[in-house]
Write a protein that binds this ligand. Structure first.
Ligand SMILES: Cc1ncc(COP(=O)(O)O)c(C=O)c1O
Length: 424
């Protein structure tokens, strides 16, 4: 059978299994643009509507159960409703959800995070978006420069400065070694786009050329040390170290966006690859599915956050629930032992995928490290966005919907996403 035929057949099965999801989706669309509260959740023909989740399982409104490897787009390395979190958070609820004051618990969490991730100082926010936005502003204030450099295909949240060349199409992307600065959304001012330079990931020479050409103007180089918004791309040997050196030479702040990776390795990707950024942004899994993000790094940079001079604020920052969840998650659940075990499980899954694809002679590449990885169809290697553009997106969606029909959510919703395994 042709892939197209298989796809159509699987979509029909999906529609039969998920009638209630479709019904709610149709009503929801009348009130909510495209029926979803985050664009990345939309899938064809419509997204699943979920009723509940526990451990590694999730149940939709039609009563189907799924083994969940999406895990809240990587925010649930604890798994759903971890029993320790359920017990502790239920008690915490009764003690108040928001004080508008600081707490001793937040100090304890700051201590734990600075020690674990090797940071001098931290500030808490709630989402990854906010944290990368603040990190960039801090870097701009620290250097008195306006431009930033990001990498083609990297995602840092939905704010203007980084909504540039997130998923540019080939016709707009320009020269591979000197990529165009392509707005990723309507509504992003041209003046903002022009301040965001774009470089190819894993190409140190091209990055150096762009930085040298803009010498003295670039406040920060921001990157996902393991890009996880174009499948799963590993940094080539020497790339992160090379960026570290370049930033030192050019006086730029090196920002590791570890919103995804901070929960995927015990000390984040910085610890895994032993490269120290100037600023680091943590998020997603660090608070077991509760909204907590962190901007942290060198004292001389962080100290520039001064009331009335350099803004950082938020009503829900360091709220007692997120702080409690962060403390429990990092001290009791996402332990070094848990990661060691997950690394072995991750290897089994990655090798299993590779073996099946090889045996079936399906052209694809499987990249993984630790508890996370991705299958990219139709290509043999992926080291940057231009490689990713050659993936067989149609084959990926057929695989995805076929897995749903067999009770497995294999990863996040899209070929640019990856699987996340939960602790045991
Ligand atoms: C690397 C990275 N940075 C930042 C963000 C934005 O985080 P949030 O969705 O919590 O705003 C994401 C979200 O997926 C991400 O993957």
């Amino acid at each position: 059978m042709e892939t197209k035929e298989i796809h159509e057949k699987e979509v029909e099965v999906f529609k039969q299994r998920t009638r209630k999801s479709r019904e709610i989706f149709e009503s929801n669309k009348l009130l909510v643009p495209y029926g979803v509260h985050s664009n990345y959740r939309l899938i064809d023909p419509y997204p699943l509507f979920v009723k509940r989740a526990q451990g590694s399982k999730i149940w939709d409104v039609d009563g189907n159960s799924y083994l969940d490897f999406n895990m809240g787009f990587g925010a649930l390395v604890t798994g759903h409703a971890h029993p320790v979190l359920v017990e502790e958070m239920s008690k915490a609820l009764a003690e108040g959800t928001l004080y508008g004051f600081e707490t001793e618990e937040a100090f304890k969490l700051a201590k734990l995070i600075t020690e674990r991730f090797g940071l001098d100082m931290v500030r808490f926010s709630t989402t990854g978006l906010e944290a990368t936005m603040h990190a960039i502003r801090i870097a701009r204030a620290f250097t008195s420069r306006e431009k930033i450099l990001k990498f083609e295909g990297c995602y840092h949240g939905s704010h203007d400065s980084v909504l540039v060349s997130v998923k540019p199409t080939l016709d707009k992307a320009g020269d591979q070694k000197l990529p165009n600065q392509v707005p990723a959304s309507k509504g992003v001012p041209e003046s903002v786009v022009s301040n965001t330079l774009v470089a190819p990931f894993n190409d140190l020479q091209s990055t150096e050329n762009i930085l040298r050409k803009n010498s003295g103007k670039v406040a920060a180089v921001i990157l996902e040390p393991i890009p996880m918004n174009m499948g799963f791309v590993l940094p080539e040997h020497g790339f992160l170290e090379g960026l570290r050196k370049l930033c030192d030479e050019e006086g730029c702040v090196l920002i590791f966006d570890e919103v995804k990776t901070s929960g995927k390795f015990y000390r984040g990707a910085a610890g895994k690859f032993n490269v120290k950024p100037d600023l680091m942004v943590l998020g997603k899994a660090i608070a077991g599915g509760h909204p907590l993000s962190v901007i942290g790094g060198k004292r001389e940079i962080m100290e520039n956050i001064v009331p009335g001079k350099l803004a950082h604020a938020g009503t829900f920052n360091s709220n007692p629930l997120s702080v409690k969840a962060g403390l429990i998650t990092l001290s009791k659940i996402l332990t070094q032992e848990a990661y060691s075990y997950l690394e072995k499980l991750g290897d089994e899954l990655g090798k299993g995928y590779s073996d099946i694809l090889n045996d079936s002679r399906i052209p694809a590449v499987v990249n993984w490290m630790g508890l996370s990885g991705a299958v990219s169809f139709g290509i043999r290697s992926v080291k940057n966005w231009r490689d990713f553009l050659n993936t067989n997106v149609g084959a990926w969606w057929t695989y995805y919907i076929s897995m749903l029909n067999r009770g497995v959510i294999p990863c996040g919703t899209g070929p640019d996403e990856q699987w996340t395994m939960k602790v045991y």
